[in-house]
Structures are given as C-alpha cells and as structure tokens.
Design a protein around this ligand. Structure first.
Ligand code: DGL
Length: 272
C-alpha cells in the first residue's frame, strides 16, 4: 500500500463531555507517542450522563463536525455516554473513522473472560442505553450481565474524593447490586471511574478484573492504525486542547485526569 504521509501525520481527534476523557487521552498518548492529538472537552455542557439521547447526539454531532473540519484522521469518542448513545449516528453522518469506547472494552473483557457474570457500571444515560449489554450479548447470548448506574461517582471524583471514606460508603451501596453474584470482571463504563478503582477493588473480591476505557481503547486504536497503515511518523508531534468553558476548578480537575499540568487550552464556541 502507498503510504499517504499527509493523512498518516494528521492528528487523532478525541472528545468527551468534559475533562474526564483526559484519562483516555492519557492512555492513548502513552501507547501511541508518535501521534498528534486534538482533545475537545465540552465543559459547558458536562455532564452528559444525565441528559436525553437527543441532546447527547446533538452535542456530539457538533463536536464531530468541528474535529472533521480540523482534518483529523480518526475520532475517538472518549466519553462512554456519547459512545453508548451517539456512535452509530455519527458513523452514519461523517466519512472519517470513529471509534467509541464500548466495543474495545467488551472485546477485551471477552478475550480474557474466564467464568461468571460481567458487571457494568456507568452513568444513568450509559446504563439505560443498554449499549454495553447488547455488545456483550452479541458475543455471548448466555452471558450473565448485571448493570448498575452510579451517578454519584462523577461529582465525588471531580471533588477529588475518589479515595475517601465517603467514596467507600457510596461505592458499597452501589456495589451491593453485585452481592451474591460471582463476577468475572467489572466494566468501568465511565471516563471518571479509573480514579475510584482503588476504592472499588477494596470492596470487590480480588479475583474481579476492573476494565477501564483508556487501556482498551488505546490497544484498539493501535491495531486500527496498523491495519489501515495510518500510523504517524512521530515527527513534529503536537497536542491541542479545546473546551467550551472554563468552569470552577478547571485546572485541578484536568491535571488530576491527565496526570500532569494541563497545556494551553483554547476556548471555542461551536454551538449555535
Ligand atoms: N464522560 C462521561 C462518561 O464517560 C462522564 C461525565 C458525564 O456524565 O458527562 O460517561
């Protein structure tokens, strides 16, 4: 295949409802140091997890249009809620390849699956979309799947309380949904949940694997780039950040998710 260097070195677009998707960007950058990235966080509209389908699709469409106009070679929807609800509509509307987080996590969960049920936690919108449920059932119709929406985790994590007794107490209440069920793995179906994984693993039996979006999607994107001969050359790698608002605590929340100081960020208004 003739390599198209212009396309290979185009950036990868990553978007999220806010700053939580920086956990996914972080994994992508670690796995793919030769790639440039454009990150878009819709900080004016976060959270998506409590919004209607129509609204999540509308916001995601505008963001995708923005990234396509920036000539990205691939879009990763870091947001679980937007992946669960908007992926198919976006794929039908735009010519650029778009990868959501649901399929990569489900693929990974099934690859290493041993026995027992699979648990899924996420925002209310993600859980009620049943996107994870259907993605698992497509692969194994007999698999036991137990889902639980955990809406309080996002504000607790944004407050920096993911590893406190408050988080522990709330997590115990949510995870009681899995009591008496032999879990093989628990899907952390939300950008924020890796920040509470220490608390979750203290409550769950040691044998339960916690699966988060970042790692799974980074592996998936790497394979996709290789399969389509789209790997960046590693020359002149850059990262640009766009947000729709600078809310309170922006820097402290963002740097916790990215695990380093936030670089320069541009505020844009793309919504009419
Ligand atoms: N990014 C969202 C997700 O992964 C969590 C925050 C929100 O509700 O927007 O589902």
């Amino acid at each position: 295949m003739v390599r198209n260097n212009l396309l290979d070195n185009a950036p990868i677009g990553v978007f999220d409802s806010g700053l939580g998707g920086l956990t996914v960007l972080n994994s992508l950058q670690k796995k793919l140091p030769g790639e440039s990235f454009l990150y878009f966080g819709d900080t004016a509209h976060v959270p998506y997890g409590t919004r209607s389908r129509e609204t999540v699709i509308r916001y995601s469409t505008e963001i995708t249009r923005f990234l396509v106009e920036k000539r990205v070679k691939l879009i990763v929807i870091a947001c679980n809620t937007a992946s669960a609800i908007a992926l198919e509509s976006l794929q039908a509307m735009f010519p650029v390849p778009i990868i959501g987080v649901v399929e990569p996590i489900v693929e990974k969960a099934m690859m290493d699956y041993q026995s027992g049920a699979v648990g899924i936690i996420g925002t209310r919108a993600t859980i009620s979309s049943k996107a994870y449920y259907h993605a698992f059932k497509k692969r194994s119709s007999t698999l036991e799947i137990v889902e639980k929406a955990c809406p309080l985790f996002v504000p607790i994590i944004e407050e920096g309380w993911g590893d406190t007794p408050v988080a522990q107490q709330v997590a115990e209440i949510y995870l009681s949904a899995f009591e008496g069920i032999q879990l093989d793995s628990l899907v952390l179906g939300c950008t924020h949940y890796p920040m509470i994984s220490g608390t979750l693993s203290r409550i769950l039996p040691k044998s339960v694997r916690l699966l988060s979006s970042g790692e799974a999607v980074a592996e998936h994107v790497e394979t996709f780039l290789d399969d389509h001969d789209l790997r960046g050359s590693g020359n002149h790698v850059y990262e640009n950040y766009f947000v729709t608002d600078f809310p309170q605590q922006f820097d402290s929340i963002g740097s916790r998710f990215l695990e380093r100081d936030l670089p320069n960020i541009e505020q844009v208004n793309i919504f009419s």
